[in-house]
Design a protein around this ligand. Structure first.
Ligand code: ADP
Ligand code: MG
Length: 618
């Protein structure tokens, strides 16, 4: 008989454990940041190169480590944070497993420098694939710097599995934001390839949110505050009118730890019930403090899931406190004399000119006539056809009709009258061809030699714009309309990163960026097909679509860009089109390379032949 069981050598065990803890550069950032916070750091600086694939360096001004600790911290299950299993139930620190540094050291080149306040000199240790390469005395400030180079250098499969720098950097930024939001009193900075992405000063919660997500966030936040025996809640929810099309800014923190909880997310959504448009997600930054005894965070090494003792009570408390806040601060009108009232004007409205109110008089109205029959006073006659049209169009899209939706891409809604205003300045192409008419403000009907053609106006226009944009980006560049006053739009850091990537393509479509800053752009020219008031929402939607796509290949990005812009710019169902506009759509559609399908692969038109008609009359 031979024995086959043996203990795995440490470095192998560490590598296996690393698979659990470190999936990508962002996981390393998370672990290092948490260690720095546990060590009492108040100023934490992060340097990242190539999205963390080649370098991640975290420097803190925390307690530092002694010579022995500096060596021990790379051993598995080496931790200063708990002694007994009971300690788990009163956990105040983020780490407790003593696994992170051991795991990271197993799969990267790690260099640690650390000094405690009472020591004159510090320790510098280099370790590669769990092997200590060198350990020496060094001069270093109080605190710890850990430098992680060449992640997964000894596991090519994992390294190849990493996504593009753009994607990995997005994960890094996500992780960074989560930690930074949880600890506003700590200073953080993040640099990528030498350029500064974030510089966050010591702040309160609200300031921290604004510092991360941009100045325009401030006016959107509604405070939430609740204090019960089970849970203390504080934080902010976004006003319903600013709800996003994607789940971008949704954050729960439990005892200063970012967590994901579909259940609690549902509680928030439930509180917003009736206040949100279809497929809009509220933003929230909610901080829950509970007794550490009532939660179990020991479920997963990456620790974003959490188990609560009394989830149901938490749900109810959360929902009702948000409802209360929304009622108090938002839905019910409030008088607040300290506020600048211009902040309350939604963006689109502040862009619009002021139109004097029109007084409309119903000449048939007779206040002394009581009976409504008999053809005299009839309120529905009074409303002018045009007004009725635009009024109805406001509801367009809410019923989900004609939605150009596929692969999770959502539809942008505009007030159609505004948008179509300048869409058809392409000359009077129509009037001469066959006649067209509009059905239900949605379909354009025209005759063929041997039948009729019913065209979905929105899909058709989306197709036309899509091909035009694609051509502009790839072949010829489009002309711009110069803006009298440059438009300044703020974006989050993540959005800015994406925007920089597609800037060239956008310029091909006619955008002119006069200034690109860290958190905003100034636009001095836009494509002729767009009106100024829709630029911001178009770009926001575009960035969202790009984020949802798997980026990487240049073509798919250009394609997504064209699709997204085309969908946003296209004339919507519910818009009245005059006959020239109808003609224009028909002609341009059949000049397209592909006229039968929308860019989202939905049929654009149907035909009804005389034969088919004949059959129906049999
Ligand atoms: P854990 O955080 O679960 O304890 P780690 O492997 O992340 O496990 O870290 C091991 C130990 O190394 C910690 O318990 C802590 O004592 C020490 N340590 C790690 N990072 C730092 C730091 N930035 N400053 C001071 N001590 C640190
Ligand atoms: Mg740790």
């Amino acid at each position: 008989m031979t024995d086959v069981i043996h203990l795995l050598p440490d470095h192998v065990a560490n590598q296996i454990a690393a698979g659990e803890v470190v999936q990508r550069p962002a996981s390393v950032i998370k672990e290092l940041l948490e260690n720095s916070i546990d060590a009492g750091g108040t100023n934490i600086k992060i340097l990242v190169k190539e999205a963390g694939k080649t370098l991640i360096q975290v420097t803190d001004n925390g307690n530092g480590m002694s010579v022995t600790d500096a060596r021990l911290c790379f051993e598995r299950h080496a931790t200063s944070k708990i002694n007994t299993a009971e300690d788990l139930f009163s956990l105040k620190t983020k780490g407790f497993r003593g696994e992170a540094l051991a795991s990271i050291a197993a799969i990267a080149h790690v260099e640690l420098k650390s000094r405690q306040e009472d020591d004159e000199v510090g320790t510098c240790i280099k370790i590669e694939g769990s092997e200590v390469v060198s350990q020496e005395v060094c001069v270093t400030p109080v605190g710890t710097t850990i430098c992680v180079k060449n992640l997964f250098y000894n596991i090519p499969a994992r390294r190849n599995f990493l996504k593009s720098d753009t994607v990995e950097l997005r994960h890094v930024i996500d992780e960074f934001q989560r930690v930074a939001l949880a600890h506003p009193s700590i200073q953080f900075s993040l640099f990528h390839n030498g350029s500064e992405l974030f510089q966050l000063p010591e702040a309160n919660y609200r300031q921290r949110i604004v510092n991360i997500f941009g100045g325009k966030t401030n006016e959107k936040l509604v405070p939430v505050e609740e204090d019960t025996a089970i849970v203390k809640i504080h934080g902010y929810v976004g006003k319903p009118e600013f709800a996003k099309k994607g789940r971008g800014e949704q954050f729960f923190f439990v005892n200063e730890r970012f967590i994901k909880s579909p259940y609690l997310n549902h509680a928030v959504t439930a509180a917003f019930e009736g206040l949100l448009k279809d497929r809009a997600y509220p933003s929230y930054f909610l901080y829950l403090d509970v007794d550490p005894k009532s939660i179990d965070i020991n479920i997963h090494p990456t620790k974003t899931e959490i188990k609560f003792d009394d989830e149901h009570a938490l749900y109810t408390i959360l929902r009702s406190s948000i409802k209360h806040s929304l009622g108090q601060f938002n839905v019910a009108p409030v008088l607040d004399f300290d506020r600048d009232s211009s902040l309350d004007t939604p963006y689109e409205f502040s862009q619009k000119g002021i139109t004097p109110p029109k007084v409309e008089v119903d000449p048939n109205f007779n206040p002394f006539r009581t009976e409504r029959s008999g053809g005299g006073y009839n309120s529905s006659n009074f409303r002018r056809e045009k007004a009725a049209g635009s009024w109805q169009s406001l509801y367009n899209g809410l019923q989900g009709e004609g939605n150009e939706t596929s692969s999770g891409i959502t539809q942008v809604e505009f007030e159609s009258d505004e948008v179509t205003g300048n869409l058809f300045g392409l000359g009077d192409a129509g009037e001469t061809g066959s006649t067209t008419f509009q059905l239900n403000k949605k379909y354009i009907v025209t005759t063929l030699k041997s039948g009729i053609l019913v065209i979905d106006q929105q899909r058709a226009h989306t197709r036309i714009l899509y091909e035009e944009l694609l051509k502009n980006i790839t072949v010829t560049s489009a002309v711009s309309q110069q803006l009298l006053f440059p438009l300044k739009i703020q974006f989050s850091t993540n959005e800015m990163e994406l925007l920089k990537e597609i800037k060239d393509s956008l310029e091909q479509t006619g955008f002119i960026f006069s200034e690109v800053k860290k958190d905003s752009v100034e636009i001095s020219g836009i494509p002729t097909l767009i009106s100024e008031s829709e630029v911001e929402i178009l770009l926001e939607q575009l960035l969202l679509d790009l984020e949802n796509e798997v980026p990487g290949s240049g073509f798919s990005q250009v394609d997504t860009l064209s699709k997204s812009l085309a969908r946003g710019m296209a004339v919507k169902s519910g818009t009245v089109l005059n006959s020239a506009e109808q003609q224009n759509i028909v002609n341009s559609l059949f000049a397209c390379k592909e006229s039968t399908l929308s860019p989202f692969n939905k049929p654009v038109f149907i035909t009804l032949t005389v034969d088919e008609l004949d059959k129906k009359f049999m």
